[in-house]
Design a protein around this ligand. Structure first.
Ligand SMILES: [Zn+2]
Length: 687
């Protein structure tokens, strides 16, 4: 394998022909034997940054990984691609460990995965000195920093790596790290002038939606019903919420399983396996779930309560859509979540609690604020978005329309807070504003206030939500143990009528599809996609590996779009390398042919012509105007190259860094041209 370029390795083993942003630079750093810190968001192809160079380098690369499940998935996935990889961890039987050691000593492994505590033991270091070590990759590198959100003391011991193996490059890889954490990683690992590569924190394929929590079961069912039969995660704050949510959904016939730290290890592991093997659709979990999960086709993540920081939210919601296809992240928050977290954090040491409370405040402002969700998230990590409108969040999609009389409504709310002498919380203030007959209101005489019932024509949950929105926009502050509402200087501007806040209408209309969703299904035969999914599930269960290890959803969609007829055509499908073509090509081809026969559909929906194949062999440089056209009326929609989702990711946004081979839109060369899709237009027969 030595002597080939990373680019060639990428195409031969993984079936990709272009790099995602920063992948090429990250690989080059290792090839040039430089230390590096690579921050690429989930779905950004982080693992490939060290896997591809490991294949091309002489010797074995050691990958440090915090979790056994993560190691196992990665090794399985590499093996499926035809890359020699092994792992050493405590879950292996002695004879398995022995076999891995022998392969390592014989120089047969390109990658070896180990836990951090094992890597720096004397015996292991001694052994690594006897083999040819190409480089060390530290995965989930944020675990090394106390400023990160998932500090692991055992990672600190990796600081000795540079001393133990002088001259061996160390790469640190993570999906989430603020500037502070990045600096700490460099320091803790003793990296020598590391190349710093920070990808965009934006996950363009995710649609973020934030709602005030009402009837949470109904709200969650709304999401589940939009994603029938698809994989998803529902996060709850507390274990008891997990249990009750799970029981209710199960009773309604949903295929769900619970996961939290209060369960027996065995049950937890079983539920996780069922989720990965797609025997259940949805996992209901606390934040204990997820770090070791490398499942790429999670189509939605629901937060039934507010997470405790934006880092957590970025990471938890980031488990959706790792295959680059569209996925939805719905967050349901309530004012009470703030108090719940505050309570759960009460035993933390002072300094840590202060940091945690500040992060909680940022999270709360995110929920209640009226700023584009994508923009809010990337700003938190010190970046910004190009363009005004992400087309993939509740704010930009216009799910949430503003009310017209926002100023007057806000003034009613604020004056009620004043009449209540700034001594009550949001819940009580809502009751007064909506004219509640509750005893406590009557007894305290608050039904005689001039502001009593001022908003009695509005539902209580809506008024409560507006109060939170005003908090989010800095017009109201919550103070003290009981979160009493106080009017801020900004709020006084509203009272005086010199500032107009944004108040949203409650969402009523059906939710719009995001651009990514519309595009990544373009031209895909959904019936065929379901057939292919079943085959994948059968193979995965026979081999005892997660379904996505066989093929990701991106690959199956591309297959159901292209409908290849021959093994050669199969190589055109995104994510099919030579090993997988040999292993699974035939069985998928048969299924496709069978399906097309039954549905009078044509094979080779686009670009499996001899022209196209030759072009693949020649490289991707030339322009080709020829295209094989189906007779019109065949029921098959051919789509232009420009509307094809790109190779590794379906990111539809035009303003990202240029792809590796910038090309004018071409017809007939399919996705191998490597430019970003910019258009939705379908082409039926004629260009
Ligand atoms: Zn937006």
């Amino acid at each position: 394998m030595q002597g080939i370029t990373v680019e060639k390795a990428l195409s031969t083993y993984w079936g990709y022909d272009r790099f995602l942003p920063l992948q090429e630079q990250a690989m080059a750093a290792i090839v040039r034997r430089r230390d590096c810190i690579v921050v690429l968001p989930t779905g950004g192809g982080k693992s490939l940054c060290y896997q591809a160079p490991a294949v091309t380098a002489e010797g074995t690369a050691v990958v440090v990984s915090p979790l056994i499940s993560l190691m196992k998935d990665q090794v399985d996935a590499l093996t499926e691609c035809g890359v020699a990889a092994g792992r050493l961890d405590s879950s292996l039987a002695p004879h398995e460990q022995q076999a891995t050691m022998e392969a390592l000593k014989a120089g047969r492994l390109k990658l070896l995965y180990v836990a951090p505590e094992r890597l720096v033991t004397d015996a292991f270091v001694e052994m690594l000195r006897k083999i040819r070590l190409s480089f060390v990759a530290v995965d989930e590198a944020h675990c090394v920093s106390m400023w990160g959100h998932d500090f692991r003391p055992e990672y600190r011991r990796l600081g000795s790596l540079k001393k133990l193996f002088p001259g061996i490059p160390v790469g640190a890889y993570t999906a989430t790290a603020t500037e502070h954490v990045r600096a700490d990683i460099a320091e803790q690992l003793n990296l020598e002038q590391p190349t710093l590569l920070i990808g965009s924190f934006d996950r363009a394929n995710l649609v973020y939606r934030v709602f005030h929590r009402g009837d949470i079961l109904k709200q969650v069912r709304g999401v589940l019903d939009r994603h029938k039969g698809e994989s998803g995660i529902i996060y709850c704050i507390r274990r008891k919420d997990v249990d009750s949510m799970c029981a209710q959904l199960k009773a309604l016939g949903y295929r769900v399983a619970p996961y939290h730290a209060g369960m027996e290890d065995e049950d937890r592991k079983r539920n996780q396996d069922r989720f990965i093997k797609e025997e259940v659709d949805v996992i209901v979990a606390t934040i204990a779930f997820g770090m070791g999960i490398d499942k790429s086709n999670v189509r939605f993540v629901v937060h039934a309560g507010m997470p405790k920081s934006l880092e957590h939210y970025q990471q938890e919601s980031g488990r959706a859509g790792r295959d680059g296809l569209e996925a939805e992240c719905c967050l349901f928050y309530g004012g009470g979540d703030f108090g719940t977290w505050k309570f759960l954090m009460k035993d933390m040491p002072d300094e840590a609690r202060e940091i945690a409370m500040a992060k909680l405040g940022d999270m709360y402002n995110y929920c209640t604020g009226g700023l584009c969700r994508h923009r809010s998230l990337v700003r938190y990590f010190g970046q910004d978005l190009d363009g005004d409108d992400c087309q993939a969040c509740d704010i930009c999609l216009g799910d949430r329309e503003c009310i017209e009389d926002a100023l007057v409504t806000a003034q009613k709310i604020l004056s009620c807070i004043l009449r209540l002498e700034q001594r009550f919380g949001a819940g009580y203030t809502t009751l007064v504003l909506t004219g509640s007959q509750e005893q406590k209101i009557i007894e305290s005489g608050h039904d005689r206030l001039t502001t009593y019932g001022l908003l009695s024509d509005r539902p209580r949950s809506v008024v409560r939500d507006w109060i939170e929105q005003l908090v989010g926009q800095g017009c109201i502050a919550k103070a003290g143990e009981f979160s009493v509402l106080n009017i801020t200087p900004r709020g006084w501007e509203v009272v005086r009528g010199t500032r107009t806040p944004r108040l949203f209408k409650p969402p009523e209309k059906p939710l719009k599809k995001s651009k990514a969703a519309a595009q990544s299904w373009e031209g895909v035969d959904k019936g065929l996609f379901e057939v292919l999914r079943k085959i994948r599930a059968e193979i995965a269960s026979r081999k005892g590996v997660p379904a996505f290890v066989i093929f990701g959803d991106t690959t199956l969609r591309d297959m159901a779009r292209r409908r290849p007829a021959t093994l050669d055509d199969m190589l055109w499908v995104s994510g099919v390398g030579k090993t997988k073509q040999r292993q699974y090509g035939k069985v998928f081809l048969e299924a496709i042919a069978d399906y097309c026969r039954r549905h009078a559909n044509s094979l080779n929906a686009e670009d499996a012509s001899g022209e196209g194949r030759r072009k693949r062999d020649e490289g991707r440089g030339t322009t080709d105007a020829s295209i094989v056209r189906r007779p019109s009326g065949s029921g098959v929609s051919a789509i232009s190259a420009a509307s094809m989702p790109s190779r590794q990711s379906s990111d539809p946004r035009p303003n990202l860094p240029p792809a590796r081979y910038p090309q004018p839109p071409q017809i007939g060369t399919g996705r191998r041209t490597g430019f970003k899709p910019t258009s939705h237009r379908r082409r039926h027969g004629k260009p």
